[in-house]
Design a protein around this ligand. Structure first.
Ligand code: DAH
Length: 324
């Protein structure tokens, strides 16, 4: 074998087409042993260096393109926005249409049309923000609406007093309250159905549908007698606790999440005849069901996170918001 042929063989080894062991064994076939030895040593050294570079590279993950990329933080919708979308979707399944009514409204829609005349004491329950408009002093009696029930008579009028009405009004509300379970700005939704022969069983069916879809297949609703000015009869709504399934106990110990097996979430009832009249609808022909409650609280119960201060929803603390 000539030295030229030996060099070609060396090139093949470097290109990975031939093994170094072959190069070594054919060394003795070359006449110029000195030169062949030098070629062999060079090839060996080069291969060793390549190996060393590979090992060093493997220790530095950035060079390994087959590794999964480092996880990047990704944003998501605010938990209250997520809840609003889910509530809209759940009620759409049973024919409710989402509508929006003003946050800044007149006293008339927030109170008076809801069977609460100006001096009625029931108004005190809503810690209302009253708003002056210096640019238009003739606009009196403006309030930041303390509940989304302000949309009830508005919706009847929007539909020109022509049932059927099937709305879900989701929006912001305001009250002069601030503590671990209240924020001055919060969210509510009100549902309203008006048609011929609407009765309490329809209300119960709607609430059970929501309970199942929002909280889980074995969560039930319960209604207890209560009082609201705009409904008669009126109820408070409870949902069974999704952790202890309404028993109040997990094993032998008291459920720490609910204590009694049920969570109170909101109010409901059959629309008061005076409210139907305010919307131009004849209470002798039509009847309606209504319900409403706060999203923050509803959502807190769902997540099972035991959020001890709902003000955290509005602090922009990513450690908190990232949990959702
Ligand atoms: N607006 C009431 C509140 O903020 C809740 C409520 C009760 C809404 C009964 C309703 C209803 O639509 O029928 O406390």
């Amino acid at each position: 074998m000539t030295i030229g042929e030996y060099q070609s063989l060396a090139a093949e080894v470097l290109a990975g087409k031939e093994k170094i062991a072959v190069l070594q064994s054919r060394l003795r076939e070359v006449e110029d042993k000195r030169e062949a030895g030098r070629v062999f040593n060079e090839v060996k050294k080069e291969l060793e260096e390549r190996e060393a570079r590979k090992e060093k590279g493997a220790a530095t993950p950035i060079n390994d393109v087959t590794l999964p990329a480092a996880k990047r933080d990704k944003g998501h919708k605010h938990p209250i926005s997520q809840a609003m979308e889910e509530i809209e979707r759940i009620f759409a399944q049973i024919g409710f249409v989402r509508v929006r009514h003003p946050e800044l409204d007149t006293d008339y829609f927030a109170f008076e049309s809801l069977n609460m005349p100006p001096t009625h004491p029931a108004r005190d329950e809503w810690e209302t923000f009253f708003v002056d408009n210096p640019d238009a002093p003739e606009q009196k009696n403006l309030v930041l609406t303390p509940h989304t029930t302000n949309g009830d008579v508005r919706e009847m009028l929007r539909l020109k007093s022509q049932p059927p009405v099937r709305m879900i009004n989701i929006g912001r509300c305001y009250r002069r309250q601030q503590d671990a379970t209240h924020t001055q700005m919060f969210h509510q939704f009100d549902g309203l159905v008006i048609d011929k022969d609407i009765n309490i069983t329809h209300l119960k069916g709607v609430l059970d549908h929501f309970a199942r879809e929002f909280y889980g297949p074995d969560v039930r609703s319960r209604i207890r007698p209560f009082h609201f000015q705009f409904t008669e009869p009126s109820f408070e709504i409870d949902f069974s606790c999704h952790l202890c399934h309404g028993t109040g106990k997990i094993g032998e110990t008291k459920c720490r999440f609910c204590k009694s097996g049920w969570h109170e979430v909101g109010g409901a009832g059959m629309i008061h005849p005076n409210v139907l009249r305010a919307g131009g609808i004849d209470p002798d022909v039509y009847s309606g069901l209504a319900f409403g409650w706060g999203i923050e609280r509803t959502y807190t119960l769902k997540s099972g996170l035991n959020i001890d201060d709902i003000r955290q929803f509005y602090t922009n603390n990513l450690d908190f918001l990232g949990q959702f």
